[in-house]
Design a protein around this ligand. Structure first.
Ligand SMILES: Cc1ncc(COP(=O)(O)O)c(C=O)c1O
Length: 443
């Protein structure tokens, strides 16, 4: 394919791109120059359909006028205010609106900057809770293989991507244990929740028995997203929660991907009917346009921490310069309005089976080894080549050249289309995926 080097900056050398094959990219860049609705424009003037909502961030589509207006208005009125011991009305209004959607008594809302900082905050809140109750022996966290909880040291330690951890092996958090992931061979082409595998939750029971009274929290994504959509087996989350309760372990859900409608309910907690004690969210909170992370906490956890220190003192020594800054809040409030006005979560519920059918229609393609999905998210495993990740990257590039954009993690293609997609957009995504994957197969 000939490259039209328009819109390419004079030098690509200085920007060290995150999570990228820098040398490969700089030889053959893929620059996005515009975005509207469910479409992106490339520097070559081509149109791509966005099949992953950016990085799960933009479920309401790109260029939403309501959000642009809200952020511009906020910038003109109040661009920044320091968030410690003072504030502005918007962050309180937003907390009330978020708490309306969170399940049970997860009513206390702590703002962070992104998903990674939401996870670090959840880890610290769990520690602070046990300390406030006088239980200082609990320092261990339990995560799960193939879990992803961001790139800060806490989330990296509890996460289950071993290749991401190698370079930091000596500085990871101590005392972290991992359960097995929930993907079994018989789940390969299962639609929705698999029937088998609930007993994998008993890994937590074994760990809890081994480290009695030492585990602070168990941190899982209800659906493991970044590894390519591992849907929890039926009964798995209930079992995990029961084991947590039995052993005094807090259950933390990382809903950075599943939060705000991806499953068809506001949160996966409601979708699967199992409520954690602490929950993180990010990405879709602002439709991805201003970074923001959120931790929702049960009232009793907040009360225990806040009432454990004398009034007039800081109760939790934790927070960020950009915790709940005005433009993030303005974007999130506009997003809340759209969720309500367009009945977005129901829309996802209605579109999910159409999306899942499309996803599974790719089963016949020779290199496709497994397909999984739930709601408006799906993962497709491509057969490995000599090195892990090589096939996935080649398929991603072939699909990009065929007009569909998404994220690939190693050899898993990760799909999470915008919620505003109509059936014709879903059809377009799968037509283009089929073309891109077929072109890859033909070499
Ligand atoms: C479940 C989960 N937690 C945490 C994170 C980290 O979020 P961020 O990249 O905003 O720090 C991600 C990012 O994809 C995620 O998927």
């Amino acid at each position: 394919m000939s490259i039209h080097r328009t819109h390419i900056p004079n030098s690509l050398n200085e920007h060290w791109m995150p999570f990228s094959a820098n040398r490969d990219f700089k030889k053959n860049p893929r620059l996005i120059t515009g975005a509207r609705g469910v479409y992106l424009t490339t520097h070559e003037g081509n149109t791509l359909i966005d099949a992953s909502s950016g990085l799960f961030c933009n479920p309401l589509g790109h260029g939403r006028e309501e959000i642009i207006q809200a952020v511009s208005k906020q910038l003109r009125e109040l661009d920044y205010t320091l968030p410690f011991n003072q504030g502005f009305g918007g962050s309180f209004q937003l907390a009330t609106r978020i708490a309306k959607h969170t399940p049970e008594n997860l009513n206390k809302i702590f703002y962070t900057i992104c998903g990674s900082t939401a996870v670090e905050s959840a880890i610290k809140i769990a520690m602070a809770y046990h300390a406030a109750k006088g239980d200082k022996k609990r320092f261990r966290f339990v995560g799960r293989d193939r879990g992803y909880h961001g790139m800060n040291i806490g989330g990296l330690s509890v996460g289950g991507f071993n290749n991401y951890k190698e370079m930091c092996a000596n500085i990871l958090m101590p005392g972290v244990q991992h359960m097995r992931h929930t993907f079994l061979p018989e789940h390969k082409f299962v639609k929705g929740q698999p029937d088998t595998g609930a007993e994998l939750a008993d890994d937590l029971e074994m760990i809890a028995n081994k480290y009695q009274g030492e585990i602070a929290a168990c941190l899982v994504e209800p659906i493991a997203g970044s590894t390519g959509t591992l849907v929890p087996p039926k009964g798995y989350l209930d079992r995990l929660k029961k084991i947590c309760d039995k052993h005094g372990i807090l259950l933390i859900y990382d809903e950075v991907i599943t939060g705000w409608g991806r499953t068809g309910s506001a949160f996966a907690a409601q979708e699967f009917g199992v409520t954690p004690d602490i929950m993180t969210m990010a990405k879709a909170t602002t439709n991805g346009i201003v970074p923001m992370g959120v931790v929702a906490v049960r009232d009793n956890i907040y009360d225990a921490i806040v009432n454990s220190t004398p009034e007039g003192t800081i109760e939790l020594f934790h927070g960020y310069t950009y915790s709940g800054i005005p433009i993030a809040v303005a974007a999130a409030l506009a997003v809340q309005d759209i969720f309500e006005k367009e009945d977005i979560f129901n829309r996802v519920k209605q579109m999910s089976s159409y999306f899942q059918d499309g996803l599974h229609s790719l089963k016949d393609l020779d290199c496709v080894e497994s397909i999984r999905g739930y709601g408006m998210m799906g993962g497709i495993d491509i057969r490995k080549k000599d090195k892990p990740g090589k096939a996935g990257f080649q398929v991603y590039k072939s699909c990009y050249d065929n007009g569909v954009n998404f994220k690939a993690t190693a050899d898993a293609l990760i799909l999470a289309p915008p919620f505003i997609c109509e059936k014709k957009h879903i059809d377009e995504i799968f037509d283009k995926l089929r073309k891109g994957i077929t072109q890859y197969i033909r070499g």
